[in-house]
Design a protein. Structure first.
Length: 326
């Protein structure tokens, strides 16, 4: 299986290092209350305008926060351009991200009112919350006060140990990857629920349809009726077609993602992997019940994720333009 190469134990020292960085000291709700009192209103205003005409950007903009925080911490490093295409933005796991122009649009609006005050890292965090709320999802108070990093490297997202967890990850690797950042198993299954909005390229799951073990077979853990439907949309080696992660509900933040996964209709291997652990499997069931705490839990886990490896105080800088260091 493709994900078997990831079933190793991460060094304890590395885990401890990331966990220490995950405490988020220096962040607080309302950090800009005095320095830029209308900051959050400006952000939500731009997001509302964008969602009215391009709701499909909600998934990529939410995922951008995840991709930023998991590499070098929540420091806006995923936004940096590179003339030689050697920054994170150009690394394979980030090529499917969209909405960078929306972050730039928010930054321009903020700079016109409060120049040099609101960091790009905070913009990414606030936009993630606002697109979630705009798609009928939960609202949570975002801690702010992050500063922007000055380093962004192409190889960081694809590092086999500390990079972004691939879409073909098994449950063992997923749990290790989250633990590396101070996030637990509940955070893993809760944040995976973000797949209720957004799309995925056929190339991210076509092996499950056509060549799962290299013998021209399908993934036996996937509902065969779902496989048949996906084959109508995704032909072998299709690199361009995109498919809804949460069919019929991909523009609405709800619990239907969990219903699909429990029916063996999780699109990615990393989705299906949530059935392979007692704790994540129990949450899948609980999230589809009348006693679901998913919306509340999502806000809690997003705040926790937003504390990973942050730069605060005199660390880093506040970029004037999100795509380049000052």
């Amino acid at each position: 299986m493709a994900s078997s190469k990831h079933s190793f134990v991460l060094p304890i020292l590395v885990i401890a290092l990331f966990t220490l960085q995950a405490e988020g000291q220096g962040l607080k709700v309302g950090f800009y209350d005095k320095s830029c009192p209308y900051a959050e209103k400006i952000v939500s205003g731009v997001v509302s305008q964008v969602m009215a005409v391009a709701p499909s950007l909600s998934g990529p903009l939410l995922r951008m926060h995840f991709h930023d925080c998991f590499i070098r911490g929540c420091d806006g490093s995923v936004l940096l351009d590179s003339a030689t295409k050697q920054s994170e933005k150009f690394s394979p796991p980030n090529l499917s991200l969209r909405g960078f122009n929306i972050i730039d649009r928010v930054k321009t609006a903020l700079e016109s009112k409060c120049p040099g005050v609101v960091s790009c890292a905070d913009i990414v965090a606030l936009v993630a919350r606002d697109v979630t709320f705009a798609t009928k999802g939960p609202f949570w108070e975002v801690e702010t006060g992050r500063r922007d990093g000055k380093v962004s490297l192409f190889n960081d997202p694809i590092n086999p140990v500390t990079g972004l967890p691939p879409f073909f990850s098994n449950i063992t690797f997923l749990k290790q990857s989250f633990a590396l950042r101070g996030l637990n198993t509940k955070d893993l299954v809760v944040l995976s629920g973000g797949h209720t909005i957004g799309m995925s390229h056929c190339s991210s799951f076509d092996s499950r349809l056509y060549n799962f073990t290299g013998k021209g077979d399908t993934d036996p853990t996937m509902d065969p009726n779902y496989i048949a439907r996906l084959k109508l949309k995704c032909k072998p080696k299709d690199q361009t077609t995109i498919v809804e992660l949460d069919p019929g509900s991909f523009k609405t933040f709800d619990d239907s993602y969990y219903r699909l996964v429990t029916k063996r209709r999780g699109l990615l291997q990393s989705d299906a992997a949530l059935l392979d652990d007692p704790e994540t499997k129990a949450y899948l069931v609980q999230a589809t019940s009348h006693g679901s705490t998913f919306f509340k839990d999502f806000g809690v886990s997003m705040v926790k994720m937003g504390r990973i490896g942050v730069l605060t105080g005199s660390q880093g800088e506040v970029r004037k333009v999100c795509t380049k260091i000052n």
